[in-house]
Design a protein around this ligand. Structure first.
Ligand code: ADP
Ligand code: MG
Length: 610
C-alpha cells in the first residue's frame, strides 16, 4: 500500500510559516521589505496591540496587477529572481517568494493594490491560505497589506507571544533596521493610534537623529572609506559615550541589516585601550559590497552573511574606525603623549607614590561639547563636587556605623566592626584607580570603589523612597530626553516611582519627556543616559531577579550614578567613600550581589608569610 501523499498547500504553507513568521515582528519585517522592494518613497506602518490584532503596511510603490495580486500569495511566487544565477546578484531585500504565502497561511490578510497607470486597483481577502474574495477596488496607487489576527488558526503559537511591550520592542527594532539605511524614504509608525515615529526623507545623519533623538548626532563621528572590495560610510560612537550594554550597533550591507560578529569585532577592536573593558560603542555603518562577493543565503531570516573577502573587509573596517577615532579625537595621545612614558626616578624613602590624578578617559557620558582637555578637567572637578555633595556633610568623625552582616553571602569578616575599628588608621591609597586600600583595626581592607559607591547610593536611594516624598532639585534648564517607543512606555510606567526619588518628569509626546527636577546627586548632562540605562536595567532586572519594582529602580539608578572604575579619586573622596560605606547596612556586598571589599586580618597575613 502506498502511504506517501503530497501535503495540501495550506499545510505546507503553515509549515513554511513556522520559519518565516514566528512573531509579529517578522511579519513586519517582510512587509516593510516588500514595500522597499516595490520602490516606495513613503511607507506607513500601523499596528494594534503590538501586532497581535493588526499589522498594516501602506506604501506608494509600484503596486501589482490583478493577476499578481492573486499570485503573490502562492509559495515561491516572486518577481525578484527568475533563475538560479540571479541568486548571486541580489539587490532586493526579498527573493524567496515565501513571505506573503506564509503570512496568509497564519492570518487574515487584506490586500489592496493599484499600479500607478491603472484607474482601478484590486482587493484580495485571504484567510489561512484560502482566498475569500478578489474584486476590483478604488485605492491610491501602491499597496496596502493588512494582516489581522496573526496566528488565529495556530493557538499554540498565539499563546507563545510575549507581553505587548516585548513584542512591540521587537517590532520597533525591525522598524529601525529598515528605516535607518533607507533614509531617503519617509516612514511613519503608529501603535494603537499613537504616532511613535515620523521620519522624513533626508540623509543618514538626519535619519539617525530622527530615530534616536536629535542630540544623538553629537555623540558620533563620521566614518568613510572607499576601496575596491568594500565602500563604507556611516557613523561610530565617540569613546565618551560607550555603554555597558551593546546598544545601538548597526551594520548594513547593501542596505540590508546584518549581524556579523567578525565585522562587529573589527569596529570594537579599534576602540581597544580607548574605552573601559566591557563597554561598547555605538555604530551605524553601511557597507557596499559587490553582491557577487557575499552570500546572504545561509540563514532563513537572512541577518547572517558570509563574505568572500572577509579578512580584507575586516582590516579595512578596523582601520577606518581607527582613523576616524584618531582624526576627530585625541585618541593618538595615548600612543604619543610623552607623559605616559614610564618614570624610573627612584622614590624618596618613606614617600608613598602619589596616585595619578587622571587616568585615561574616566568619563563615560560627559555630554560636554568642549575640547577633550577641558572635558577631562571639568569632569574630575564636577565628580569631586558631586562627591562632596553626595550625602550632605557627614564626615568620618561623626559617622556612627551600624553594621549588619545578615546579608553577607560570604564568610563573615568581623562582626564587631565599630566606629573605632572603621576609622581608617592610614591614609587610603588607590590602586589602578579602581581599588582603595586602607587599614582598619581588624586588618587591611581593599575596597572596589565602584561597587562600594553603588552600595552607598543604593541604600541612600532606598531610604529616600521609604521616607516619603523628597524635595526635588529644580533644574535651571529643564532637559528634554528622547527614548525609543518601548523605553518610553516603560518610562511612563516608572514616572511615579522616579518622582518619589526626586525626579519630575512629564511626557511631551512622540517619545520625548521633559525632566524639570532630579535628585541632587545627578548630573544634568547625564540625565538622558542615566534614564536610558536605568530603563534598560530595570527591564532586565524585572525579567531576571526582582519582583520589587522599587528596589529594582534604585539598583538601576545606583549603578548608573556610581563613580566608575578608572576614575581617580582624591584622598578626601576615598575617605568619604570608606566612611559612607561602613555606615551602610550591608557594606560588604554591592546591590547586585558582588563583593565590595575584603579584609585581610593579622592572622591571615601571618599565614601568608609562613
Ligand atoms: P519576495 O519578496 O521574496 O519576492 P513575497 O512573498 O514577499 O516574496 O512577495 C511576493 C511578490 O509579491 C514579490 O516578489 C512582489 O512581486 C509582490 N509584492 C509583495 N509586496 C509588494 C508590494 N508592497 N508592492 C508591490 N509588489 C509586492
Ligand atoms: Mg518579500
Amino acid at each position: 500500500m502506498d502511504i506517501i501523499n503530497i501535503l495540501p498547500d495550506s499545510v505546507a504553507n503553515q509549515i513554511a510559516a513556522g520559519e518565516v513568521v514566528d512573531r509579529p515582528a517578522s511579519a513586519v519585517k517582510e512587509l516593510l521589505e516588500n514595500a522597499m522592494d516595490a520602490g516606495a518613497t513613503e511607507i506607513q506602518l500601523i499596528i494594534k496591540d503590538a501586532g497581535r490584532t493588526l499589522i498594516q503596511v501602506i506604501d506608494n510603490g509600484c503596486g501589482m496587477s490583478d493577476v499578481d495580486a492573486r499570485l503573490c500569495f502562492e509559495r515561491h511566487a516572486t518577481s525578484k529572481i527568475h533563475r538560479a544565477d540571479d541568486l548571486f546578484a541580489i539587490r532586493t531585500m526579498g527573493f524567496r517568494g515565501e513571505a506573503l504565502a506564509s503570512i496568509a497561511a497564519v492570518a487574515q490578510v487584506e490586500l489592496k493594490t493599484r499600479q500607478h497607470d491603472k484607474e482601478l486597483g484590486s482587493q484580495v481577502v485571504i484567510e489561512g491560505s484560502e482566498v475569500k474574495s478578489q474584486e476590483p477596488c478604488t485605492c491610491s496607487p501602491g499597496t496596502s497589506i493588512a494582516v489581522k489576527n496573526l496566528f488565529f488558526n495556530i493557538p499554540a503559537r498565539r499563546n507563545f507571544l510575549k507581553k505587548d511591550s516585548i513584542e512591540l520592542s521587537h517590532i520597533e527594532e525591525i522598524f529601525k533596521r529598515v528605516a535607518l539605511p533607507n533614509y531617503k524614504v519617509g516612514f511613519s509608525f503608529y501603535n494603537n493610534g499613537r504616532l511613535l515615529y515620523d521620519l522624513k526623507p533626508g540623509n543618514f545623519a538626519q535619519r539617525i537623529a530622527g530615530v534616536f533623538g536629535s542630540s544623538f548626532n553629537q555623540r558620533l563621528y563620521h566614518i568613510e572609506e572607499h576601496t575596491e572590495p568594500v565602500s563604507l560610510n556611516g557613523y561610530i560612537g565617540k569613546k565618551e559615550y560607550v555603554k555597558r550594554v551593546r546598544g545601538e550597533q548597526y551594520l548594513f550591507v547593501n542596505g540590508r541589516f546584518i549581524k556579523h560578529p567578525g565585522l562587529s569585532a573589527a569596529i570594537e577592536k579599534a576602540y581597544t585601550e580607548l574605552i573601559p573593558e566591557r563597554t561598547y560603542p555605538a555604530y551605524f555603518v553601511m557597507l557596499d559590497v559587490d553582491p557577487q562577493r557575499f552570500d546572504i543565503n545561509i540563514h532563513p531570516t537572512k541577518t547572517e552573511v558570509r563574505f568572500i573577502d572577509e579578512s580584507v573587509i575586516f582590516s579595512i573596517l578596523r582601520a577606518a574606525t581607527k582613523k576616524s577615532l584618531g582624526q576627530y579625537s585625541l585618541a593618538n595621545e595615548l600612543e604619543f603623549n610623552p607623559s605616559t612614558e614610564i618614570d624610573f626616578t627612584p622614590m624618596a624613602k618613606g614617600h608613598l607614590p602619589e596616585s595619578p590624578q587622571e587616568s585615561f578617559n574616566p568619563n563615560y557620558n560627559p555630554f560636554y561639547a568642549t575640547h577633550e582637555h577641558e572635558k577631562h578637567h571639568e569632569y574630575s572637578e564636577s565628580t569631586r563636587m558631586d562627591f562632596a555633595n553626595f550625602f550632605g556633610s557627614k564626615t568620618i568623625v561623626d559617622t556612627k556605623p551600624q553594621i549588619a552582616f545578615e546579608e553577607n553571602p560570604f564568610e563573615p569578616q568581623d562582626k564587631t566592626l565599630s566606629a573605632t575599628t572603621t576609622s581608617a588608621t592610614t591614609t587610603p591609597i588607590n590602586y589602578l584607580n579602581q581599588y582603595i586600600i586602607t587599614t582598619l583595626k581588624s586588618g587591611m581592607v581593599v575596597i572596589d570603589q565602584q561597587r562600594a559607591h553603588e552600595r552607598i547610593l543604593y541604600e541612600k536611594l532606598l531610604s529616600r523612597t521609604n521616607e516619603g516624598p523628597t524635595s526635588a532639585q529644580q533644574l535651571l534648564f529643564p532637559v528634554n530626553c528622547r527614548f525609543n517607543a518601548s523605553d518610553s512606555e516603560v518610562l511612563s510606567e516608572l514616572i511615579p516611582d522616579l518622582e518619589r526619588l526626586g525626579f519630575v518628569i512629564s511626557p511631551l509626546g512622540q517619545n520625548t519627556f521633559v525632566v524639570s527636577a532630579a535628585p541632587h546627586d545627578t548630573k544634568e548632562d547625564e540625565l538622558q543616559n542615566i534614564l536610558e540605562q536605568t530603563i534598560n536595567e530595570y527591564k532586565n532586572n524585572m525579567m531576571q531577579k526582582f519582583n520589587d519594582r522599587n528596589k529594582s529602580i534604585c539598583l538601576s539608578l545606583a549603578r548608573q550614578m556610581a563613580v566608575r572604575s578608572g576614575t581617580a579619586l582624591k584622598v578626601e573622596e576615598m575617605q568619604k567613600l570608606i566612611a559612607d560605606l561602613f555606615s551602610c547596612q550591608a557594606p560588604d556586598i554591592s546591590p547586585s550581589g558582588k563583593r565590595t571589599m575584603f579584609i585581610m586580618g593579622e592572622q591571615e597575613l601571618k599565614e601568608r608569610f609562613k
